[in-house]
Design a protein around this ligand. Structure first.
Ligand code: LRH
Ligand code: MN
Length: 424
């Protein structure tokens, strides 16, 4: 679906007066306003191709209709999100859910929406109909060499698809592990997994990155072979300079201090990127910032401090991706909310007075340090995100425009109420 610039211009015209009122205090008195707006304009968040349909659980799935039926329609949906917020300028594909039949045409289509291809994702957590070996007892950890080789070949195949599309990174999430004590030799599983990852690493083009995504549990419920940041860091360190860890916010045990994990991985130069979402219990894949917005802010606070300490480019040096599943919301509305929540956490982190914070820390002035963070977190930076969108040609209020245009109804007209998207 193409959203014309006129449609967005008239939407903004109705709102620009109020917007200018809300922006005035910033442009008048806040010194770093321009810097923050420019950084927001440059900050692009990749949309997962597997989260454009209705997600479900083992208990049920309630499709909302108008779901993309193929990769072309998925790219069109991400193109729509990007037209609305000018902050969703990339799509992350999952193979084999989204194999590009004609990579050249797919690339041109994505280009026409101003979209790039972020990390490509392999899938050795499901058995495909025509598959020789089963991943029931794992993939790279498997006791059977034939299963491991099948998984290695699949990942190398995924890299090939990524190269065809101009992607520059591979995300490897392994569901491998065990569900009962005694089932697995942890040491052998680690060594076999490392061996497989090394074969995949060897197939990476020179300018590519490999993201090793860790997860505490599910689908295995006793052990996971890449189960935490420590094991992911170990693999990435043993693999080489092109290997990094990937932090999916939902992949931690309850009350894990994710912002501390991020700070250390970043300091070590082994933080590759993120799968943003939120959760209350497990890998709930809920809207980013919807359950623990302060945690999302604290993570960006460590990111801004840690990236500046290493002279990194905020927009391009890490993989900014969403990984969500929509059980009760319209997928596109949920993704619009997630992108904005991430933009707001980033903008608030940019507001933090870092010199004052270090001074408070050096003085063990705990109260002052907390006040400096909470002051930024309690600051409404939405006018800055809206201004960034407006300057980039997007809508001042993407969700309102999406609803006013009844886009979901239009998609249902076009695709039907029962269309099913591949993915989670
Ligand atoms: C695993 C995960 C991984 C994807 C999958 C869709 O929970 O986060 O990133 O491959 O979700
Ligand atoms: Mn993930």
């Amino acid at each position: 679906m193409n959203l014309t610039t006129d449609t967005i211009a008239s939407h903004n015209a109705d709102r620009v007066a109020r917007h200018r009122q809300l922006l005035a205090p910033w442009t008048d008195s806040v010194e770093q306003t321009e810097t923050i707006i420019e950084k927001l304009v440059a900050f692009q968040i990749a949309i997962p191709s597997w989260a454009l349909g209705t997600g479900g659980t083992r208990f049920g799935r309630f499709p909302g209709g108008g779901e993309p039926r193929n990769l072309e329609e998925k790219i069109s949906d991400v193109g729509l999100l990007h037209a609305l917020n000018r902050a969703s300028g990339a799509i992350s594909l999952h193979i084999p859910w989204d194999i590009p039949q004609d990579p050249k045409a797919i690339r041109q289509l994505a280009d026409s929406y101003g979209l790039a291809f972020d990390a490509v994702n392999s899938n050795t957590f499901q058995d495909q109909p025509d598959q020789q070996e089963s991943y029931k007892f794992g993939s790279l950890q498997h006791v059977d060499r034939a299963v491991r080789q099948q998984a290695i070949d699949h990942n190398i195949d995924v890299i090939r698809h990524g190269v065809d599309l101009g992607s520059k990174s591979l995300t490897v999430w392994l569901s491998d592990g065990s569900s009962f004590p005694g089932q697995l030799n942890f040491r052998k599983a680690f060594e076999r997994t490392l061996g497989g990852l090394q074969d995949i690493y060897a197939a990476l083009p020179d300018d590519w990155k490999m993201f090793v995504e860790y997860k505490a549990f599910e689908p295995n419920f006793y052990s996971t072979t890449v189960g935490d940041w420590g094991s992911s860091y170990l693999y990435a360190s043993k693999l080489g300079p092109k290997a990094y860890t990937l932090v999916d916010l939902g992949h931690h045990l309850p009350n894990a201090n994710i912002e501390q994990i991020v700070a250390i991985l970043l300091m070590e130069g082994k933080l590759g990127g993120f799968h943003f979402n939120d959760s209350k219990y497990g890998d709930d894949d809920l809207t980013a910032g919807s359950i623990k917005p302060y945690q999302l802010f604290l993570i960006f606070n460590e990111l801004v401090g840690g990236m500046d300490a290493r002279g990194m480019n905020h927009a391009t040096d890490l993989g900014w991706m969403i990984d969500a599943s929509h059980n009760v919301k319209d997928p596109l509305e949920d993704l619009l909310q997630s992108v904005e929540a991430i933009q707001l956490a980033y903008a608030q982190a940019l507001l933090v007075d870092r010199d004052a914070l270090e001074a408070a820390r050096d003085a063990n002035d705990v109260v002052q340090a907390q006040e400096l963070l909470q002051d930024a977190f309690r600051t409404d930076v939405r006018p800055l995100a809206a201004e960034a969108r407006r300057r980039a040609g997007g809508a001042l209020h993407p969700l309102a425009l999406y609803r006013n245009l009844n886009i979901r109804d239009q998609l249902i007209q076009e695709r039907g109420a029962k269309s099913i998207a591949t993915g989670l």
